[in-house]
Design a protein around this ligand. Structure first.
Ligand SMILES: C[S@@+](CC[C@H](N)C(=O)[O-])C[C@H]1O[C@@H](n2cnc3c(N)ncnc32)[C@H](O)[C@@H]1O
Length: 275
């Protein structure tokens, strides 16, 4: 009898969780079917605990009565840890292998940083390209597209202003060349800013990008189910030029469904090339 009661209760809670996913989609436009359930539950449970709420139904009501909670929920759903030149070996590979091949082959370079968080990744790309090209940058048209769903992060990215703790691992050469120090803050210089175009973009939807030479989508797959990862990779495949590069996070794997569409050219750095 007690067992039946328990499973009924779990069922009701499950329904509450499904209603919550629909609410998130309706209010935030975030398609939760793409996200791993275990991941969503962990993040939502964390928000509920912080409000002293123990049931999804109660939390749904709380959200309706306190719409400002949506902002905190999306912030917790999107963990946006990032840093400049994260995983240095990936940047070395980009600089000495990928970039020279691209620069030798074409004058228009298009790069997409998908899940760019607060801008450290796309600005790292821009700094490396500018540093490698020097004066020759005038002969090239370099565009870096940077998308994310976290509006707070995007705002910071567009401002391009970072605390000293956030730039502490950048080499002195790059810090002096590409930042203006204002007290405790470091502001990205305009020539680097101009290369990067930030935009709100939800990877669960087709964002319409095409003719990309490189896509960085690092440390973003962690949120998504295997099926969602495969759908996103198929879109990346369409967005890339022939022989274009896809770079994913160092602890991530390419879904089985798309293995034939990409060849791995550096397993340690998780670099793939469109075939
Ligand atoms: C851990 S950060 C990674 C930042 C950067 N790529 C790096 O590797 O340092 C993951 C980013 O993915 C974003 N994200 C999560 N779900 C997304 C979605 N559906 N569409 C676009 N970006 C998403 C988060 O907002 C967060 O800023």
């Amino acid at each position: 009898m007690q067992l039946r009661y328990k499973s009924q209760k779990a069922n009701i809670e499950e329904q509450g969780f499904n209603v919550l996913k629909k609410l998130i989609y309706k209010e935030l436009g975030l398609n939760c079917t793409y996200y791993r359930d275990s991941y969503l539950r962990r993040r939502v449970d964390y928000r509920m605990r912080s409000k002293g709420i123990s049931s999804y139904w109660e939390y749904n009501k709380y959200l309706k009565d306190h719409p400002e909670e949506y902002k905190l929920l999306i912030k917790d759903l999107t963990i946006n840890y990032t840093k400049f030149f994260r995983d240095s070996d990936v940047w070395i590979y980009f600089k000495i292998r990928i970039l020279p091949a691209l620069l030798a082959a074409k004058k228009t370079i298009r790069i997409w940083s998908a899940g760019c968080a607060s801008g450290e990744e796309p600005y790292s790309i821009a700094m490396i390209i500018d540093d490698v090209l020097g004066q020759r940058i005038r002969n090239y048209l370099v565009s870096i597209y940077a998308t994310d769903i976290d509006e707070t992060c995007l705002k910071k990215a567009k401002e391009g202003e970072y605390e000293s703790s956030e730039v502490s691992e950048i080499s002195n050469h790059f810090l002096r060349k590409y930042f203006i120090q204002e007290g405790n803050k470091y502001r990205i210089k305009e020539n680097i800013k101009r290369m990067v175009h930030f935009r709100y973009g939800d990877l669960t939807k087709d964002l319409g990008y095409r003719n990309m030479d490189v896509i960085f989508c690092r440390n973003v797959f962690i949120y998504f189910s295997k099926e969602a990862q495969a759908k996103i990779c198929i879109r990346f495949h369409s967005a890339l030029n022939q022989n274009g590069y896809l770079i994913i996070g160092k602890t991530e794997v390419l879904p089985d469904q798309v293995r034939g569409k990409f060849k791995c050219i550096n397993n340690n750095c998780r670099v793939f090339q469109k075939v």
